[in-house]
Design a protein around this ligand. Structure first.
Ligand SMILES: [Zn+2]
Length: 643
């Protein structure tokens, strides 16, 4: 997860109107989907207890972490021409916020973070499921409960899975002391910590940059800008924390009773997250679906960039849920969106979500085996009407199109098997050739404007991309490409697609924003990184060509944790061996884990700590400095829509 400086939300100039093609496309959505059904609005408002007194949540420094006020434009029920009506509907549902009663002894805070916090009343205290993304939003959410009910201590926290929006606010609901002294237990699925820490490290800088596109954090919140993030409104800008679990759930069928509340777990590993679990509450006939069954087609592939998730594990998990708990469940709630009540509705919901992932998986591979390539399969596959007409199967986070491409990639990778795709010219070189062959930029733009006028925005985007890459200084080309992106955005049902297009348009017009204070890691997450992971990341930062011909052997010794590593640069690759020391190293570094954490957090540098002897060096200090000089630093902004 990434924190952005909210002051950047000001520079924007999105003001285009919907074209007649976009108007027609969006109007036709109204006739294609069952807008008369109001169940979701009933369920999203059912059991309302209360909400924040003010719309905004601020941090200790008074900076706004969460603010719903900019979304006031969503109070009108009919969609404006610049927003797909299906997306407008979802954006309005995600705008419903506050504390809600789900069942006796079960409450949820929704709409005050990207995710939900579930509060279970034990015999003497509370059990919190998923304490949101940030300390501030979690704290404010628990306060709403305490404002309406007799305050009770938190007895346990459960992390359903390893994504930041499900653990980051833990220190807003419990203190590390209370966990250490055993007053509070923390439960998590197997491998939770490893995945919580690792998922954003290796490709972290690229993912953060790409996440800016996917979530549209720099876009204005408006009818022409960001309206939603599919799972919730947006990402909060607060403090991310983490306290390691004290109890690990490893197998389906495991049970725990905490403060009089019985729980039965179902493992959901390698579904929406690599480490995830569902929880059934037999006393309350209630099922927590974690993030596996929500009111959207979820991501098998994530546009910010991630490993493709396994649709087979996913449908099997939902199937097992039906088998184990289906006949005993009166309410199912998840850690995003609103609950579903009633046996018949729940069974339909679970089956249709299961069949959604099964259908996408099987039909993709069916077409793959007929010889269709990625773009062709993604264009061909449409959901059957029984699945497509269910609101919870619509693509507000995942989409049929990009999930199908993800499945293709999972099985077959990047190559289409057509040798024309084997070694194409990279974007800039190809763009120059295309533009030259097509008669130059003026001629292309003239034709592209005609295509724009008849609403062929996908094609305009495709061809104008070449013109911009051939000559990024050509402002009219950038503007035409931006205009095509904008109309595509206005037609998107999927808010992450909408955000991608609008961010592209914004950066084509203004260049990219200068990001200050971008922060991909929090102190708690850094502390939880293993030394192996740190050395892996150091290897990723090594500039291979610069390291040509160099050979450096170092011993690392951590005086506080008693860990030792032999680290070697050879052949422009940085490798390491734990529990080993070279007999004749170039140098031996003795340091503490705390110093390494401070370096990782950017609070200090290796060079600094060497100068002040906090890192002691025996041997050739220059070899250490030489290795450090070979490390790249990654910039939080790099070009995307222009070369
Ligand atoms: Zn989530």
């Amino acid at each position: 997860m990434t924190n952005y400086n909210p002051s950047h939300l000001q520079h924007t100039s999105l003001h285009a109107i919907a074209s007649s093609t976009t108007l027609i496309a969006n109007a036709s959505v109204l006739t294609q989907l069952p807008f008369e059904q109001q169940d979701d609005f009933d369920q999203a408002t059912r059991g309302f207890v209360g909400t924040l007194a003010a719309n905004a949540i601020v941090n200790a420094q008074g900076q706004v972490v969460w603010n719903l006020e900019p979304y006031d434009f969503l109070s009108t029920s009919s969609a404006p021409p610049t927003v797909n009506p299906s997306l407008w509907r979802q954006a309005r549902l995600n705008y419903i916020h506050g504390l809600f009663k789900v069942a006796d002894r079960i409450y949820q805070v929704r709409g005050l973070d990207l995710s939900n916090m579930t509060i279970i009343e034990g015999d003497t205290g509370l059990i919190i499921i998923d304490p949101l993304t940030s300390l501030e939003t979690a704290h404010a959410s628990l306060q709403i409960y305490h404002a309406h009910f007799a305050p009770r201590p938190v007895r346990a926290v459960i992390y359903t899975h390893s994504h930041t929006d499900h653990y980051g606010g833990v220190k807003g609901v419990v203190s590390e002391d209370d966990v250490e002294t055993g007053k509070v237990q923390i439960l998590a699925p197997e491998d939770f910590m490893a995945h919580a820490v690792s998922e954003n490290v290796f490709a972290g800088n690229a993912m953060s940059r790409r996440a800016m596109y996917m979530y549209g954090a720099l876009l204005p919140k408006s009818e022409q800008g960001q309206v939603d993030a599919g799972l919730g409104k947006t990402i909060p800008l607060g403090t991310i924390t983490l306290i390691p679990p004290t109890d690990t759930i490893r197998q389906s069928g495991e049970r725990r009773t905490i403060d009089g509340v019985e729980m039965e777990f179902l493992m959901a590993m390698n579904t929406e997250a690599p480490s995830e679990m569902l929880i059934f509450f037999p006393q309350f006939q209630a099922l927590c679906a974690a993030e596996d069954m929500t009111h959207t087609l979820h991501n098998l592939y994530t546009l910010r960039g991630a490993e493709v998730r396994d649709p087979v594990s996913w449908w099997k998990t939902i199937n097992e849920t039906i088998e184990r708990f289906g006949s005993r469940t009166e309410v199912v709630f998840a850690q995003h969106h609103w609950p579903t009540w009633g046996q018949a509705q729940i069974l339909a919901f679970l089956k249709k979500q299961r069949d959604l992932y099964k259908y996408l998986h099987d039909q993709t591979l069916r077409l793959v085996n007929h010889g269709y390539t990625m773009l062709e399969v993604a264009e061909k596959i449409q959901l059957p009407v029984e699945l497509a007409q269910c609101w919870y199967n619509r693509g507000y986070y995942g989409s049929v199109n990009h999930n199908v491409k993800g499945i293709y990639q999972k099985y077959l990778g990047f190559y289409s098997s057509n040798p024309a795709d084997l070694h194409p010219l990279p974007p800039t070189e190809a763009a120059r050739k295309y533009v030259e062959y097509m008669g130059g930029p003026e001629q292309i733009m003239q034709k592209a404007r005609q295509s724009f006028d008849v609403g062929e925005y996908r094609w305009v985007a495709q061809v104008m991309h070449h013109v911009v890459f051939a000559d990024p200084t050509l402002q009219p080309a950038r503007e035409l490409l931006a205009a095509a992106f904008e109309q595509l955005a206005y037609q998107c049902e999927n808010p992450t697609w909408r955000n991608e297009y609008l961010m592209g348009a914004l950066e084509l017009r203004q260049g990219h924003a200068i990001i200050s204070g971008t922060k991909t890691d929090s102190p708690d997450v850094i502390k939880a990184m293993t030394i192996d992971m740190f050395l892996d990341y150091l290897g990723i930062r090594l500039n291979g060509p610069k390291a040509n011909g160099k050979s450096i052997a170092l011993n690392l010794s951590f005086s506080d944790t008693n860990q030792r590593y032999a680290v070697q640069l050879e052949n422009s690759a940085l490798t390491y061996t734990p529990d080993k020391q070279f007999v004749q190293p170039d140098a031996t570094l003795t340091l503490t884990r705390a110093i390494m954490d401070a370096i990782n957090l950017g609070a200090t540098t290796f060079e600094n700590e060497i100068t002040f002897n906090a890192i002691q060096i025996q041997g050739d200090k220059n070899k250490v400095l030489e290795l450090l000089s070979l490390m790249d630093t990654f910039e939080p902004t790099f070009n995307i829509v222009a070369p």
